[in-house]
Design a protein around this ligand. Structure first.
Ligand code: 5AD
Ligand code: SF4
Length: 457
């Protein structure tokens, strides 16, 4: 069949979609040019906020209702686990729904439906697969063995290292839908990254809801190795990956501020390939709210972590997530968030309006900040960040940054675009021919809120 996958949500979902795509290809199916051209369409859903869930389900609903609908419509991802069998009340014509840690079953489900001579009628088969909390998905590294299409995925790849989450922040539904933490064995991750590097991948981004907890719940490392220079599992993993030939860059996301240890900071200093960027969601700058959220750090501890990273490299990029309008968030709490963002000097920030998620601790509290006020707080923080982003970027003018070339810039095809170690986008004129995937030095000449402009040095 010709298949197409629509992906909503975070990088974990992007990675899961890639794995499904690789498995379907291995089973003899082919990627369609787009949804219109596909016999099988899968929507990979997110449920972190209500809006995110609505988008994915809306898309799925349209596909099911379309006149010339694809023969098979499936839903995967986080919303499936949240809704369970209720999904078919909302989407009666859906053929299958597969929760996050069971995506490896999709090729089999498709084969079963085909074997049944499906579609015999245009009503859905309603097959449901819900993973349990500790399930280890099949096909986690399917993508590593898959043929490369060219383009960005020829030199950059995601690698899942940690499944699930055991943090239980009050507002977050992720632990309910993605299950318990499970760290993939270091051996397996190293082999996957080495295979990617051998086929030309220059940059990997290690994925997990909270990657600094790598190896905490289940031992992921072989303790017997006497050559290890670090005692914590995640720094060990980074140090091992740093040795892989051909690999140039190692990124990771997301990091919980509690895990930002001295040893991690040392890893950034000692491992050349580990990029100088951390996505460190702070959520709030008010100690009272942080406590209510169950984040297990204070404003001062958070700022101390940022200071440690910037102490050895002032250009170290720190990006964050913030929630506005958490239950009971006062003007004073909000101003504390605002001032924390200023003190931390974030390079980029994603602001989210609080959205109650069923079953979470916070959902039991009144969602008492009016929508208009959430909107206002959102806009204030965005405007602050826009100014701060330019200011941060201005400090880089005149410096030379190593840029991994991604391809022609989307806005101006005559220019090229890539990223420097801090994950900042750098746009430049290709005065001499440059290749996608190459790392080139660029002298920064202009600073904008979201991009840097420069010339080949
Ligand atoms: N409402 C709003 N934002 C949320 N996030 C997680 N749960 C919620 C929620 N219920 C945000 C957090 C997290 C990011 C991925 O989504 O900021 O870091
Ligand atoms: Fe959305 Fe969270 Fe699932 Fe990612 S893990 S897709 S952000 S609900």
């Amino acid at each position: 069949m010709r298949f197409h996958i629509h992906t909503y949500g975070c990088q974990m979902n992007v990675r899961d979609s890639e794995a499904v795509s690789a498995m379907l290809t291995a089973a003899g199916h082919v990627r369609a040019a787009g949804e219109e051209d596909a016999d099988l369409v899968i929507v990979n859903s997110c449920t972190v906020r209500q809006k995110a869930e609505e988008k994915a389900l809306g898309k799925c609903g349209n596909l099911c209702a379309a006149k010339g609908r694809p023969q098979i419509v499936g839903l995967m991802g986080c919303a499936v686990k949240r809704l369970g069998a209720d999904i078919f009340k909302k989407l009666p014509k859906l053929d299958f729904a597969v929760g996050p840690r069971r995506f490896g079953l999709i090729p089999k489900i498709v084969a079963d439906l085909q074997a049944q001579g499906y579609p015999t009628s245009r009503t859905g088969a309603n097959r449901l697969e819900l993973p349990d909390e500790d399930e280890i998905p099949e096909g986690l590294s399917a993508h590593a063995d898959a043929p490369v299409d060219g383009g960005a995925d020829a030199f950059k790849s995601y690698v899942t290292i940690l499944l699930g989450c055991d943090n239980r922040c009050s507002y977050c539904i992720v632990p309910d839908v993605r299950g318990h933490e499970y760290s993939r064995p270091a051996r397996e991750v190293i082999a996957e990254v080495a295979a990617l590097a051998a086929r030309g991948v220059k940059e990997v981004c290690l994925l997990g809801q909270s990657v600094l907890r790598y190896g905490v719940r289940n031992k992921a490392w072989f303790e017997e190795d006497p050559t290890l220079q670090y005692s914590e599992s995640f720094p060990r993993l980074l140090a091992a990956l740093n040795e892989i030939d051909g690999l140039e860059r190692i990124r990771f996301t997301s990091a919980h501020p509690k895990g930002c240890t001295d040893e991690l900071v040392r890893t950034f200093r000692e491992c050349r390939k580990v990029c100088r960027h951390i996505h460190l969601p702070v959520q709030s700058g008010s100690d009272r709210i942080l406590k209510e959220m169950g984040r297990h750090y204070t404003r001062a501890e958070y700022l101390a972590a940022v200071a440690k990273l910037r102490a050895f490299d002032p250009s170290f990029a720190v990006t964050t997530d913030v929630i506005v309008g958490y239950p009971g968030e006062t003007e004073e709490d909000f101003e504390a968030t605002r001032s924390l963002m200023e003190e931390a000097g974030f390079d980029n920030a994603f602001i989210f309006k609080y959205s109650p998620r069923p079953g979470t601790r916070a959902a039991a509290l009144p969602d008492d900040v009016p929508t208009a006020e959430k909107e206002r707080r959102d806009q204030v923080l965005l405007a602050d960040q826009e100014r701060r982003g330019v200011r941060r970027n201005q400090t880089l003018i005149g410096t030379v940054r190593e840029v991994l070339v991604e391809g022609p810039s989307l806005r101006n095809r005559a220019r090229w675009s890539g990223r420097e170690t801090g994950n900042r986008i750098v746009v430049f004129e290709p005065s001499v021919p440059v290749a996608v995937g190459a790392i080139v030095p660029v002298r920064i000449t202009e600073a904008h809120p979201q991009i840097l402009v420069g010339e080949l040095a």
